[in-house]
Design a protein around this ligand. Structure first.
Ligand SMILES: [Zn+2]
Length: 501
């Protein structure tokens, strides 16, 4: 079944699929986007859907409340607890209970049990909320660049079985999510837009409502209602609500910092700014200097632009023009922050993955860890911060202790694994420079495939060399590497043709 066909089918019967009681009660108007024709619900009249909007909350958040990353979780936890939800501890990021996944990629995965090609749900509470760390390696290139992409992020999962005791359906779900934004975060109702969408999984599907504030998608409430396919389907005996919202984004919307990394990693960044040569662009009592002004303008625009193209370099050149700044000068301002955000993101991913028993290696999911560790080490070297990856591990553990106290038990293991891997990397570095210089002699430019073959066959790190010889690593290099190593399991899943039951 085709996603857009299903969407028009559901949208043609919007009273049934999308009109929740809150919309009626508060006078939300159903509108169609003048650019992409998608339907959305908002109190004020708007001509376009949030997909095409810049991030207008940057430098100007829609609320006077400011919540740090860990505070944001505490607010969410208390709110849902008061509203009758069981708060569940996170599940491991290493997804051992599913044969088709290496890592937990979404909160709903926690509760899915696959047997005989059927997915069953096992909910330890109904309704429940879980702060689930998720690992995703399909967007590595965007990490540090868009202001909102991560290889590991916390998906706040609000999950319920609508047809079992304690369960609820669309009206109550949207009422709760709206209440969180308005009553807890202090966001005015007129700022919130709900976009009609659909979700199609293996053997099941349903409608969904994505909610946005000032161009930023905060969450997506999926209503898994049917099993089967378009031609032959029936209503599930136990309909499932799967609302997922990014903790990083919820904290970001209250702070309005240039990137979500600035608030997600705030205590870590502060320590690095204090001890390294990198300026804290936001230290001066909220008064933006030239550099922080450029960063804010830059990050408020780049995401919407990357929705329509994946050519980051092209987008950056375009932005330099828009901001009336020389491209090279823009790069000089932006790139160190991108690198720093990437280092911190990748290190956090390693903290969770190693704690939960995954190791950097040349096979399976371990390969992704090796790729991000090598990338982290080369970026650290380039930035010349005088910091080791282990130092950043400790900063993460300090910050995450209130949220995930179990990580503290693995501090020594994480250090040990990273030291061994880092040593291996440094030992091969010189050898690689020699080999690659030899290859370079014969060619003026290597293709992306050449590079991937080299990286694969040698099993060591070429990036430093690449940076020495070319302006930057070719676009999509890391994503392609990750794809090469992650296809086997997803192929397996596709062949399985899992049915929901
Ligand atoms: Zn649109």
């Amino acid at each position: 079944m085709n996603k857009s066909e299903l969407l028009s089918l559901f949208s043609s019967d919007y009273e049934k699929y999308y009109k929740v009681s809150l919309f009626e009660k508060l006078g939300f108007i159903r509108q169609s986007c003048s650019i992409c024709s998608r339907f959305f619900w908002a109190i004020p009249q708007r001509s376009i859907c949030p997909d095409h909007e810049n991030y207008t909350f940057i430098g100007n958040p829609p609320t006077s409340r400011r919540f740090s990353y860990t505070q944001t979780w505490e607010k969410i936890r208390d709110y849902f607890k008061e509203n009758g939800h069981t708060i569940v501890n996170r599940y491991p990021v290493v997804c051992r209970w599913r044969d088709d996944l290496y890592y937990t990629i979404a909160s709903i995965v926690d509760f899915q049990r696959v047997a005989d090609n059927k997915v069953m749900f096992e909910l330890p509470g109904n309704p429940l909320v879980v702060p689930q760390m998720c690992l995703r390696f399909n967007d590595i290139e965007n990490v540090g660049v868009t202001g909102r992409h991560y290889t590991s992020f916390c998906m706040v999962g609000q999950t319920c079985d609508a047809d079992s005791k304690g369960g609820y359906w669309k009206d109550r779900c949207i009422e709760l999510d709206f209440g969180l934004l308005v009553d807890i975060f202090g966001i005015p109702p007129a700022e919130i837009t709900f976009v009609e969408d659909v979700w199609i999984g293996a053997g099941a599907f349903g409608s969904s409502l994505e909610y946005f504030v000032r161009g930023l998608e905060l969450g997506n409430a999926v209503f898994t209602e049917f099993e089967g396919n378009e031609k032959n389907h029936r209503v599930l005996k136990n309909k499932i609500i799967d609302m997922g919202a990014g903790l990083e984004r919820l904290s970001w919307i209250t702070n309005g910092t240039p990137t979500s990394y600035d608030c997600t990693f705030e205590p870590i960044l502060k320590r690095i700014y204090d001890t390294s040569g990198i300026d804290n662009p936001f230290s001066s009592n909220g008064n933006f200097n030239f550099q922080s002004k450029i960063l804010s303008d830059y990050f408020s625009r780049i995401s919407a632009k990357l929705e329509s193209t994946s050519d980051v370099l092209q987008v950056k050149k375009q932005l330099a023009q828009e901001l009336s700044i020389d491209f090279e000068k823009l790069q000089k301002i932006v790139v160190p922050y991108e690198s720093l955000y990437t280092i911190i993101d990748h290190t956090r991913t390693l903290v969770f993955a190693i704690s939960d028993g995954s190791l950097p290696s040349n096979v399976g999911g371990g390969y992704n860890l090796r790729v991000i560790l090598r990338r982290t080490l080369s970026l650290l070297k380039q930035l010349g911060l005088g910091l080791k990856v282990g130092d950043i591990v400790d900063m993460h553990l300090d910050q995450l202790q209130p949220l995930y106290p179990e990580l503290m038990d693995y501090r020594n293991d994480i250090h040990e694994v990273l030291e061994i891997e880092s040593k291996r990397f440094l030992e091969t570095q010189e050898r690689i420079v020699a080999i690659s210089t030899k290859i370079k002699k014969g060619k003026t430019m290597l293709s992306l495939d050449d590079l991937i073959r080299l990286y694969e066959s040698d099993g060591s790190h070429l990036i430093i060399w690449l940076k020495m010889h070319f302006e930057s690593v070719p676009a999509n290099f890391y994503t392609r590497l990750s794809e090469l190593h992650s296809t086997s399991r997803s192929e397996k899943r596709d062949k399985n043709g899992i049915q929901f039951g």
